[in-house]
Design a protein around this ligand. Structure first.
Ligand code: MLT
Length: 412
């Protein structure tokens, strides 16, 4: 009989968002009237239409595909040169950051890349994750067999948990032990916190000292409002020797359904072989791409390229402005309810501390049952998220204003 990957059996319950969807479905099935007024501020999925510049570019690409000369079959697995160049040029070199076109790997999503990256790392690494954490970092390590079973608190042996809390501004302290791989996500999902330059400098110094690799998830980079918050880990000197950066078109260009993202793997980045030899990771990731992936569709990549055109940039800026305006409304509403509010100023997520003594899932149920609003329970992101909940600012302005009204009417 075939043997299954028993690491999957270690995973706790369902993945957070399907679990929320399951509970919401149970609620809406049982309450069809309330279901009609349901507003979803749970999963961070964009709501506004795809920018005009993207649609126009995709229409053109489809028409090209309808001609013999313009037809595209398999493309380069790592992405078309036009998109790799646009990314390296606009997101990095225009800001004085040294990223070559062929260090950009275009993919179908940052979630996928954050999980797939484990393919190029060995089994013996000590891995650190933040808590609260985007669950993909943890679950993919469980699937890869890098952990023990979870304990009664839901934490897995084999991972180093870096606690993020109100006292440290949701940026974890540098560990006092060496680890080999550290997942950092800034602007942060779920807490909405941003890391300062000094904090990122400390992480890069730590990584260089211990020859660790930072897996830096910058999917929400477009939401940074403060001028002194770094947009890329490569703004920190030395990061090319110790960091991989993940970025996405999902949240800036509205590509959650269209699917396109990219990962930067600098050629300077080394890791050691079983025999202790230092070798670059770039060829391994390149090899993984050409073996396991056939690239993002030409049409989608042309759409992503259009985000860098003057019209595309203006349209992205308008989307960011809308969602950040929503974040301000939601922040103010939660604060008016007497709750402690974090995030939402450099990120589209508001992280709220519920009243003392209420668990995150209790708060989820109250908000769902009484306000008919879907939020995300903080404990779904880890032990340190207990007692908190996350509100996503991805919604229409009308819905956000309605959520604010309902929050204020709730007896917390
Ligand atoms: C979230 O709600 O945390 C995000 O939508 C997750 C994701 O981008 O995969």
């Amino acid at each position: 009989m075939a043997q299954l990957n028993s690491n999957y059996l270690k995973l706790k319950a369902g993945y957070l968002f399907p679990e929320i969807a399951r509970r919401v479905k149970a609620f809406t099935d049982a309450n069809p009237e309330a279901a009609k007024r349901l507003i979803r501020c749970g999963i961070g999925d964009v709501t506004e239409p795809l920018p005009e510049a993207v649609r126009a570019a995709m229409h053109r690409a489809i028409d090209e595909m309808g001609t013999r000369e313009g037809f595209h079959g398999y493309g380069p697995e790592q992405g078309y040169e036009f998109l790799r160049r646009a990314i390296a040029e606009h997101d990095y070199r225009a800001h004085g950051l040294d990223v070559a076109d062929d260090e950009v790997f275009v993919s179908d999503g940052s979630k996928c890349d954050c999980g797939n990256i484990l393919d190029i790392f060995g089994a013996g690494n000590r891995i650190a994750v933040m808590d609260p954490v985007y669950p993909v970092y943890v679950d993919t390590n469980v699937m890869a067999g890098h952990t023990t079973e979870a304990d009664e608190t839901g934490r897995y042996g084999g991972l180093v948990y870096l606690e993020c809390n109100a006292a440290n501004g949701f940026v974890p302290a540098i560990p006092d032990e060496p680890v080999d791989i550290v997942y950092l996500c800034y602007p942060n999902n779920p807490t909405g916190a941003a890391a300062t330059r000094a904090q990122l400098e400390a992480w890069v110094a730590y990584a260089l000292k211990h020859e660790a690799i930072l897996l830096f998830d910058a999917a929400y980079e477009a939401y940074i409002q403060d001028a002194d918050v770094p947009h890329s880990i490569y703004e920190i000197p030395g990061a090319r020797q110790c960091a991989i950066e993940f970025r996405s078109f999902s949240k800036n260009g509205g590509f959650t359904g269209t699917r396109c993202a990219f990962t930067i793997v600098p050629k300077d980045l080394l890791a050691k072989t079983d025999t202790g030899e230092r070798r670059p990771l770039h060829p391994l990731w390149n090899r993984r791409f050409s073996t396991k992936f056939n690239g993002v569709s030409y049409i989608t990549q042309r759409g992503a390229e259009a985000l860098y055109s003057p019209e595309g940039r203006a349209q992205v800026a308008a989307l960011v402005e809308l969602y950040m305006g929503n974040a301000a409304i939601l922040r103010a509403a939660a604060a008016e309810c007497g709750l402690s509010v974090f995030g939402g100023t450099n990120a589209p997520y508001i992280w709220v501390r519920g009243p003392q003594g209420r668990t995150s899932w209790e708060l989820f149920d109250v908000v769902l049952n009484e306000a008919n609003v879907v939020i995300t329970p903080g404990s779904g992101f880890g032990l340190a998220g207990e007692g908190y909940f996350r509100i996503s600012a991805f919604n229409s302005r009308a819905n956000v204003e309605e959520v604010a009204r309902r929050f204020k009417a709730l007896s917390w």
